[in-house]
Design a protein around this ligand. Sequence first.
Ligand SMILES: [Fe+2]
Ligand SMILES: [Fe+2]
Length: 194
Amino acid sequence: MDLASLTPRAHEIIAALEGRLPEKTLRHTLSVAEWSVEVCRRVPAFANAVEQCLLAGLLHDFCKAVRPDELLLQAAYYGIEVSNAQRDKPMLLHGPIAAHEARSRFGIDDDAIFEAIYFHTTGFPNMGVVGQILYLCDFSEPLRPYPEAHEARGLLDQHGFAPALRFAAQNKLGHVLRKSLPDPLTEAFVHWLG
Ligand SMILES: [Fe+2]
Ligand SMILES: [Fe+2]
């Protein structure tokens, strides 16, 4: 897919990603971006969200390879209120900090993109369309190795966006519950989706 034809920022952002992400995360990132363009093309209501979803997809894991101590420093720099769970597992901050980096480093001043990146691991009630698309695509991009990604793509094809997103969110909550206590936002998001 020629991402540069969809946003003039593609080359610059991909070059920045190449300089800081491990190969696997880079491939995942590009796959999320391409898959979200594809989803926007399949759902008529999302036709105008292509560029926003592409930018959100490209930048959502911009901070995935940042060290935990550095994530905590950046959270302080950006004035992010750090929860106990985030202090325990600073990797949970990779979304919030990437949202701030998209704004400050790349000048992407769009609240829908900011929100989508910030909450891409948890979701939250009333999340906007760009955030919903990123959430589904992060879960279900074609390089994801787990069978539920394939299942979510099948649901999208057969039943549409809402059932696919619900499936993704419920699945992610189930996965988190097997390991630890979920973020309250994750639970609230699933509840909101119904
Ligand atoms: Fe992420
Ligand atoms: Fe991701």
